[in-house]
Design a protein. Sequence first.
Length: 569
Amino acid sequence: MSKKITFFLVCILLLGGWSWPAPAAHGAGLTVKFSIDNEVLKFPAGGNPYVTGNTVMVPIGTAGKTLGLEVVYSKKDKLLQLSRNGQQISLKLGSSEVLINGKDKLVMDGKAVQQNNRIYVPLSLFNAMGLVTSYDSASAQAAVNTPQNYLKTVVNLLVSEKFEVLFQRYFSEDVKKALPAAGLQQAWESTAALFGEFIKLSNVTSHSENGQIIIAGKVSFLKGDLVITTAVNSSGKIIGLRFSLPASSAPELKLPEGVTEEDVTVGAGTAHPLKGVLTLPKNAAHPLPSVVLVQGSGASDYDETAYAYKPFRDIAYGLARQGIAVIRYDKRNHAYPQEFTGAAGARITVKEETVEDAIAAAKLLKQDNRLDPGKVYLTGHSLGGMLAPRIDADGGDFAGLILLAGTPRSLWEIMYDQNKAFLDAMDNANPLKAQGNAALDAELTKAKSLSALTLEQALAAPDVFNTPVYYFKEMDSHNTADLARKLTKPVLVLQGSDDFQVYADKDFPLWKEVLKGDAAASFKLYPGLNHFFINYDGAGAGTTAEYNIPGMVDSQVITDIGEWIKAQQ
């Protein structure tokens, strides 16, 4: 229930910070086969790459020539200098430290050495040059790929429907758990059904980020273009794969007449200041009512940009035209991704991800003398709607809550339902359906055991639905339904009937049951609207493919929110 659907079987997000084990040692001096862009290189006698300890050593002369590197060695200074595509790399023999473009330092997993009048460098040096490396210790084969060739190989495997090959050879173990080959096949076939025949891959770019190589390229189909983005770890394994529309595909929307915007900082002076925007009506009588927009799960910018949608921009502009100020801001995991991955992210919960910053945004609005401190409202979408009662109770103290496609159920229950719906839609003859159901049942069993764990025990428990158990456990300790039952303030619950992430036939009526004691609660169901309150009924409807078609939040939804806020006294 986020801007990117939370299927642990279906969706692959750009994930960061995952470690990959070093190759097993085969003893110093073991020679290895070495390829560049899938072509095995031939080396002069006595000059083959070899393994020492856990490090693959590569003769830079032969490899550099094949890669088009300019290689200069100063015997006097024992300094090796490499140039590629405007990038300058320098290192000294006997040192593991690399200097990139004269300023950035990187430590390799080995040292450059000279043997038999040849200079050998650790395989990891090629990562510093933005190249993709891998080493298979079982077959003693090392490889270097340019980002262009790597992405081309991935796309060719998809186009040729070799999903199992892509799954086995290229996915990291974590991604394999999150996305079986059946899910990969379903995602590609849904894309092909919507965009038509594949034509070509072009405009490939890459950059390094948090120890990973992010590779993106334009995939052209008969009916349009998509951007494919892969995150590749230092072992050449895919830890993230995403298809999205080109950035320009989201519909443009100019700032409406009579509306102005100001840059603001949410959490200024804290360890996590966040870029934000305050949207205001011009020349309006003060003080104004105002709204804090809280995103769903996933790393979201302040527009909650999702595929071809910018729902928070649409809502902010629409409410400002109705005389209501709106603050929206980048989520913390968008602004500080390094803190949400690997060991650093083990204890991260929704408190750090969402709750603290929503409260800070509310305080910022209450301190603005143009705004009425007694009329600050929270509008939470998806996970933001689920967390709204907690944000309010933990210090937000809002005048009222607007819940857009939220749920009072536990997040893991929603994730189970989403995955179950995906598997139910598969052909019964597909053998991967049974495999997927077995994996899903195993995850459900683990999820149901959460209540018996302490928070400390949750830290050591294996992930559930590819999510740390600690994250679920801490969230469940602030039960949404229990907090919502205590509400007596105005609450507006809105839901789209065509939402396939949060359910109109399950979650919407459950809100009515939970909030039956709140006389100020009201509810509205919108026929034909999806999870983002956008109307779509074309090809790919009912799957994530529909999110790739540009659309805007239904104007009636925004009008209803504005009128409800202005009706509160």
